[in-house]
Write a protein that binds this ligand. Sequence first.
Ligand code: ARG
Length: 401
Amino acid sequence: MPEKLILAYSGGLDTSVAVRWLKEEQGYDVVALTVDVGMQKDRETLHSRALAAGAVAFRWAEAQDTFVRHFVFPALAAGAVYEGQYPLATALGRPLIAKHLVEVARQEGASAVAHGSTGKGNDQVRFDVSVQALAPDLRIVAPVREWGMNREDEIAYAQRHNIPVPVTRESPYSTDENLWGRSIECGVLEDPWAEPPEEVFEWTKSVAQAPDQPAYVEIAFERGAPVALDGRELDGVTLVKRLNELAGEHGVGRIDHLENRLVGIKSREIYEAPAAVTLLRAHQALEQMTLSKEQVRLKERIAQEYADLIYNGLWFTVHHQDLAAYVQSTQRHVTGSVRVRLHKGTATVVGRKSPKSLYDFSLATYDKGDVYDQSAAPGFIHVWGLPVRIQARAQMLEEEE
Ligand code: ARG
């Protein structure tokens, strides 16, 4: 009896060829598994394509809700953005796909799992480390990392074996997408001086094509998670999809990032993340209103640590659990609404309100109604400035002589 292997299957050239290669060259019974984290893919098409490539079975895992609830929204609450630019869509999807690989491997009694990542990227790290954390006994095969075929070789291999590959026009780009965003690299994008051609964008309008009139959207948050758009309560998946359309229509969420991969390479990636960019900005605005200065300051540092952890494939770690517990605790009072103006590629926060607001009009105002006791200020300044005066007298003023 051949051993069983579960392959993370996207239906593209790499994983279609991988099905046959794992069967012919490695002798596995291959179960193709597609985990739906919100890419626009047709289940029936993938099913028949996987079987035609030689899979013994096709499995589909509906994971959009889990993805948003347990991966995307916690990352949003953390404010996780890699190197100040990338909202981490691809990086967040990988550990969830790995989790499903392991689950299906257990159900099917498989001894191995496989994925279509190359040996140069971050995704291989995320898949391998996640599987190793969840199921150290499972063998991990990464055909594309091992087989030494280039794209032409793969196409020839597919033709030789009658493997149906997507008949879409030959695209020079490598893309990945889920609800939180779309990643695009390769082709002309590998020249960091070259402006991304309009054809790489699918979710966002160009500034020129975007409507002249701005749109306003009101986003309601409860304990740090978005729960409603324009007064309508929505489940997370619907909310993110709706916002991707709305903000994408206005050209919001295009990102051009020359990033530092974990494997030591600098690479240029284009991202489209309309909902992510809009929600991150709105969430930050609400935190500015509901968190203390110290909370905001520490959270900024945690956000960077959190983003690195996601990017570097360390989702299934105790360190992550610790950071997540801190972030969750900070969100207890991050409840309220934010108004965002979407216009010509920009998402601008124009208003915020919260029942837990720390903003006090009667303290802040310069108009009548001011309750701030200005006569207390000189005493405060006297104490605040004490060490400054002493040091200046003893050291700085002396130096000038
Ligand atoms: N650079 C991004 C990351 O490491 C995306 C990787 C996948 N990109 C792609 N175009 N297939 O998360």
